[in-house]
Design a protein around this ligand. Structure first.
Ligand code: ADP
Length: 210
């Protein structure tokens, strides 16, 4: 967990690679549903473009279906879920059914000032989900994905006014759920402000050797 633009996604992908477990990113799954034009996806898109949370029922249904796939049996990383009290309660219920306990909530710390600059320079690959930053992590060939060669896009919600609103939504709806994980002694912190090559060591420090 962490505010939008804190670097959650980058860290989640690294954790997935380091520990050999799938990364389940709520935002990516919602964007995929939107791109496929499913009923749920069309509703989700309208909320995402405004920087609002997608209604809990939609997100919970998509995440529950994903968590029931067999590749999660050896562990998984959740990126961007849960994001509301109802989602946190639903996650407890889903994991309880599977007899799984959550090891760690990794909280990515970031200052609001750094976020807008970071997200407005973010470019993403619509096909494989790779993420770039025009100044800090540019693609090798301008405008195209290093991984799959697709043309990079700027996400519709990565514009200043919507970024500010996403941050408010985060503080109002998501921040309050940190407390339940903190009280359960599951919360650990990682900085959102590290150079890319320093991130793996910081991850190992909190999660242990892969
Ligand atoms: P960021 O964390 O940078 O905002 P994400 O890709 O995680 O990027 O989320 C983008 C948008 O997707 C959110 O602003 C919201 O509209 C939607 N979204 C993602 N995860 C959730 C969730 N768990 N519940 C509701 N909406 C979500």
């Amino acid at each position: 967990m962490g505010p939008p633009g804190s670097g959650k996604g980058t860290r989640a992908k690294m954790i997935g690679r380091m520990y050999g477990i799938p990364v389940i990113a709520a935002g990516d799954m919602l964007r995929e549903a939107a791109a496929r034009g499913t009923e749920k996806g069309r509703v989700a898109r309208a909320y995402m473009n405004r920087g609002e949370l997608v209604p809990d029922d939609i997100v919970i249904a998509i995440m529950e279906e994903r968590l029931n796939k067999p590749d999660t049996e050896r562990g998984f990383v959740l990126d961007g879920f849960p994001r509301s009290v109802r989602q946190a309660m639903a996650l407890d219920r889903i994991l309880e059914k599977q007899n799984v306990t959550l090891d760690t909530l990794l909280y990515v710390t970031a200052k609001p000032e750094t976020i807008v600059g970071r997200l407005s320079l973010r470019r993403s690959c619509p096909k494989c989900g790779a993420v770039y930053h025009l100044r800090d992590m540019p693609p090798k060939r301008e405008g195209f994905c290093d991984e799959c060669g697709s043309r990079l896009i700027q996400r519709e919600d990565d514009v200043e006014e919507i970024i500010r609103h996403r941050f408010e939504v985060y503080e109002r709806q998501t921040f309050p759920i940190l407390e339940r994980y903190q009280e359960a002694g599951k919360m650990k912190e990682i900085s959102g402000n590290l150079d890319i090559d320093k991130i793996p060591a910081a991850i190992e420090e909190v999660l242990g050797k892969p």
